[in-house]
Design a protein around this ligand. Sequence first.
Ligand code: F0G
Length: 450
Amino acid sequence: MKTIIEPFRIKSVEPLRKTTPAEREKLLQQAGYNLFGLRAADILIDLLTDSGTSAMSTNQWAAMMRGDESYAGSESFFRLKTVAEELTGFKHIIPTHQGRAAERILFTVMCKPGHIVPSNTHFDTTRANIEFTGAKAVDLPLPEAADTQAKIPFKGNMDVAALDKLIETEGVEKIPLVMLTVTNNSGGGQPVSMANIRAVRAVTQKYGIPLYLDACRFAENAYFVWRDEPGYHRLTPKQVAQAMFSYADGCTFSAKKDAFANIGGLLCTNDDLLAEQETNLLILTEGFPTYGGLAGRDLDAIAVGLEEILDPDYLEYRIASTKYLGRHIADHGVPIVEPPGGHAIYIDAGRMLPHISKHEFPGQSLAVELYRHAGVRSVEIGSVMFGEHARHELLRLAIPRRVYTQSHIDYLVEAILEVNARKEKLRGFRIVSEPKFLRHFSATFEPVQS
Ligand code: F0G
């Protein structure tokens, strides 16, 4: 059969509350037209992020009841360690409360002012944590990836020639590590090929620089490799993931993505000395190395989630449902970042709303309209978030794992196409107030009068 279904049934439900467009207009005004300022209860379909928003399985909930809350030497930690070691092959598995805590510890230990950390594309917390140490975060995406419409497989790849050149010109001593984000979140959720991981590995090995994966969405990346890259189809997604990790010296990981957990992270490394420095820092701010800022029950939920995420039926459904949303809007005239990625669809709002200049935030305008029209929350990834550094004016529709059904997605498609049909009527926004850093979380806006 060709119909791909959700490979789970629902045991516990959360009601969704409907609101009217008039109520939503009022709520928008109260929130200063910033969707971060809304209450979750006022949202029908929440696509703000796929992070920490997964539905856990019965096995995860059951595992949580076994959580061992011992301060030191918790059994939950050893269960997680066994699963993570088998999956990643890394020697040291350090739990953290989420991905950015792993990043902060890694970069605090490895980076100093004057250093440069290249990546295919750094996620914003990764960049911020690198720059907090005084080092510089540099993105080296493929030049072709700048065209949102180019349907290139493995569009998340790193520009390997640019990496080699950067190391050559800056000098090895300035590059403490190289990172690869799989999948490439800020680059449209696009996967990185195994060939690219190997090529990056060859360069880092040539210079003796460690390679780290930002492995938040490692399973989705593994599925794309399994499906699309010659030579990998005979393996299981898990074996593909193991191969990906085998080329790296360590990883940072947010269990809020590809471990179906609501909180948690990991910092992994093969380097004994680094691991010692990292655990010392961990104790200072996160907690003892067998819990790392988490409850024992969270460690158990992650351990089970790391195995469930690699189920081929789940991954087939996951990637197909993201593509379903992408194709249904793109094939009806809504420009998206092509091809559809793993965890999200990104609408190219700059291209969709050419009458709104980037100074009047087309992505924000679309985010507001989608909420007003249909109660859907999404997030602007453009000039509101990155200011003058924005490469595109995007709207991200991130899909929580195992949470929404196909009829939710059909509703979403209908809503987006209805907004698209009257897109000329959308107007830009002006910022009324903004904080000094990370303004997208709390800035307030007002509509530009035409
Ligand atoms: N790296 C990537 C690629 C991410 O997407 C995220 C989080 C992190 C690191 C940080 O992990 O949130 O556990 O501290 N991304 C979320 C998002 C917030 O919405 O894309 P964290």
